[in-house]
Ligand binder design. Structure first.
Ligand code: SF4
Ligand code: SF4
Length: 456
């Protein structure tokens, strides 16, 4: 935005609004959202909570790192809650008539624009609030309203635009390049493991339609080969669709409207291929947004399966033969917030890793009390704030990794992987490697026992 170009250069004006129009538009959007959603129920409860016990501050890794009052969760949420109280409650409206009360102005919008993108919406603070205030939800709503007046980080807007109006995925990969990549991965598996692992494309009637974070096709080939290998040895029915092969949904980070449009594209591809389930690759937010499909597609929504869960069940059922040799290097596991806190997927990856690792160690805290990688809520894609992301938001995670002494960190999420690689680079942990879970599992699968030729 013109008046912010120096201060928040990573924002983009998505709508040509006069600056003076923004408070009015913000309130109109707020009124519409309250009318057509259930956000009001939560806001009503949160707006009544008077406690300022600051327990949330003690559990927020960002505030722990910065000590900046702007990063106290309840203080940030108050930026939005005071707007709600003032304009959408009788008490607030009455007080405004009697006293010169707070009025939403442009400066208040600028403050929200800055502060609601310092929070990673990891929801760790919710665990400690005695009233259950969900600051991640408040952040989510504030960002949505900001988006309605055109304030969104450029990186998020550009990705969603490419997905909805461009090539059809956030990495801009054409279908022909997807086919080439799958062929390459097939050949690579053949050469390295002696296994003929197919990457089925546009197969109608498959049980699972596969949606990884599309960036895996560019950055994480080992994860994809591990995914394909698991489907191969378990005899799983699956396909990749050329109409939509991207599980990323950045709408989750800034706009319910965009999230809905992206979810509908996923549903349309599953329908086109006459598939039955959405199989989400290693990606926390993609999994969480796939779980939200019923909100937008109703009863027709295909069920969503996290790849980790598929693999865990197959391993437990004895369908994935493993070699005797395990991964010898000490390794640790990072719980992606969207899987561990939102999805309660905590034991499945541990069981898999313990089956293939000779030295598995835990970070502390872990599971649903884990620290965010520091790049949650879409902030990982904002390169302009890298130093803040890695040295402040990611500091707790760097300290945790260092304390384990592990040189291998497993993170089954595309966003976490990118962030953790940068966290390690920027915090003196250059000798630590960050990998996906299926990358390691791939090395341990006994293709020979699975019926393929396999290499020793
Ligand atoms: S959601 Fe996470 S980053 Fe945001 S205030 Fe809570 S603990 Fe801090
Ligand atoms: S923990 Fe809950 S009640 Fe306490 S200050 Fe934070 S939001 Fe308010």
């Amino acid at each position: 935005m013109a008046q912010q170009s120096g201060r928040y250069s990573y924002y983009e004006e998505t709508r040509a609004l006069e600056v003076t129009d923004r408070p009015r538009k913000f309130l109109e959007a707020f009124a519409a959202v309250l009318e057509h959603s259930s956000y009001g129920i939560a806001l009503d409860a949160y707006a009544r909570v008077g406690a300022k016990c600051s327990r949330c501050a003690a559990s927020c890794q960002l505030y722990q790192a910065t000590g900046d009052p702007r990063d106290i969760p309840c203080r940030r949420s108050e930026l939005l809650l005071r707007v709600y109280r003032r304009y959408f409650t009788y008490g607030g409206m009455l007080r405004a008539r009697l006293f010169a009360d707070f009025a939403l102005d442009d400066a208040a919008i600028d403050r929200m624009a800055e502060e609601f993108y310092r929070c990673t919406a990891c929801r760790r603070c919710k665990l400690t609030c005695p009233f259950g205030v969900d600051h991640g939800l408040v952040t989510h709503l504030a960002r949505y309203l900001l988006a309605e007046v055109g304030v969104v980080p450029k990186a998020l807007v550009v990705s969603v635009r490419e997905q909805l109006a461009g090539v059809g995925n956030t990495s801009g990969i054409p279908a022909a390049a997807l086919r080439d990549t799958c062929e390459f991965l097939h050949d690579e598996l053949q050469e390295t493991y002696g296994a003929d692992v197919p990457f089925p494309i546009d197969v109608e009637g498959a049980e699972h339609v596969f949606f990884p974070a599309v960036s895996d096709y560019l950055l994480e080939p080992d994860t994809l080969m591990g995914n394909a290998a698991v489907m191969h040895v378990t005899g799983g029915s699956w396909t990749i669709g050329t109409g939509n092969f991207d599980g990323i949904n950045y709408g989750l980070f800034y706009s319910d409207r965009m999230m809905e449009r992206i979810c509908k594209r996923v549903g349309a591809e599953v329908r086109r291929l006459k598939g039955r389930k959405v199989l989400v690759g290693e990606c926390g937010h993609a999994t969480r947004s796939a779980w939200l499909l019923p909100n937008f597609l109703g009863a027709d929504a295909p069920p969503a399966v996290a790849f980790l869960q598929y693999t865990y069940r197959a391993l437990a059922a004895g369908k994935i033969p493993l070699k005797r040799e395990k991964i010898a290097e000490r390794l640790t596991y990072h719980d992606p917030c969207n899987l561990a806190r939102a999805g309660r997927i905590t034991e499945e990856p541990r069981e898999i890793l313990q089956a293939i690792s000779a030295e598995y160690v835990e970070m502390t805290p872990n599971r649903s009390e884990n620290y965010c990688c520091g790049g949650g809520g879409g902030t990982v894609s904002i390169d302009e704030i890298r130093a803040f992301r890695t040295r402040k938001m990611g500091k707790a995670k760097a300290d945790q990794i260092r304390a384990t002494g592990a040189k291998l960190v497993v993170a089954p999420c595309a966003n976490c992987k990118k962030q953790l690689k940068e966290v390690c680079e920027d915090n003196g942990l250059e000798d630590v490697r960050v990998v996906g879970l299926h990358d390691l599992l791939l090395k341990c699968i006994d293709f020979g026992a699975a019926g393929g030729k396999g290499k020793e």
